[in-house]
Design a protein around this ligand. Structure first.
Ligand SMILES: C[S@@+](CC[C@H](N)C(=O)[O-])C[C@H]1O[C@@H](n2cnc3c(N)ncnc32)[C@H](O)[C@@H]1O
Length: 231
């Protein structure tokens, strides 16, 4: 099952975009993610996959050729409190535009893989992404694997009098925080993956492209001491 309206997604693609329209361009991070997915079909076969910040939806569309179900989500103007509302839909047809049906919400619990390509370029947005990942993964009753692609965009700043990538530094900070988190529900393990997987798509595989994996594993339930059932 592929829950994507392909025609809507592709009519929006452009080759260059201002900041407010970044989702209308296919970014290198998406192509890099696609290469990773096509290089690891066994991992994705039969899986329920959720893509966050999908933009044109290209990664979801290609993932849907392998996975069982792909939920392709994107920010929408309907949700004005932007950062906390990562979960909106882009795949719906006109009748159910941007709304989740009860069945879809229930099925979301089957998500075993989350993908996010090039969505960590702004600190507030990165914070929103990590809050969303934390919330989702803490509620899944099973292990969930998250793949995040990021392009380290280096800039010269007067503040540092050097080239730096503050968005990347913030991303790494959030990854470390997630790994150190002890919320009693879930443990998070963070790994950077090697970038030498096969290339199926024509684009420049610059060395600044990185792929990160987060493994979220539910912790065994520990009843509270005051719980009479505990003893
Ligand atoms: C650089 S684009 C990447 C798009 C696509 N993943 C790709 O790599 O081609 C960042 C995406 O994040 C989306 N985005 C921005 N703020 C968001 C939010 N609060 N919730 C969900 N998505 C958001 C943008 O609309 C855009 O599609």
């Amino acid at each position: 099952m592929c829950l994507i309206n392909v025609s809507n997604l592709f009519t929006e693609h452009t080759m260059a975009t201002p900041m407010e329209d970044v989702g209308k361009q296919v970014w290198r991070g998406a192509l890099f993610m696609v290469d990773f997915i096509l290089s690891n079909p066994v991992m994705f076969r039969g899986a329920t996959v959720l893509e966050l910040g999908a933009g044109t939806g290209l990664t979801s569309i290609i993932t849907a050729t392998i996975a069982k179900t792909v939920y392709c989500t994107e920010y929408t103007e309907l949700e004005t409190s932007t950062i906390t509302t990562f979960l909106c839909l882009i795949f719906a047809d006109a009748a159910v535009e941007f709304s989740w049906t009860k069945e879809e919400v229930a099925d979301l619990n089957n998500t075993s893989i989350i993908i996010a390509a090039d969505v960590c370029y702004d600190d507030d947005l990165t914070d929103g992404l990590f809050r969303t990942l934390h919330r989702l993964c803490s509620n899944f009753p099973h292990t969930c694997t998250v793949f995040i692609s990021i392009e380290k965009r280096m800039n010269f700043t007067l503040q540092h009098m050097d080239v730096s990538c503050e968005a990347y530094d913030h991303f790494i900070h959030c990854m470390n925080q997630l790994q150190d988190l002890e919320n009693g529900q879930c443990s998070f393990r963070v790994d950077q993956l090697p970038s030498n997987f096969d290339q199926f798509i024509l684009y420049e595989r610059v060395e600044q492209l990185e792929l990160w994996k987060v493994t979220a594993t539910p912790l065994p339930f520990k009843p509270a001491r005051s719980d009479p059932e505990a003893f």
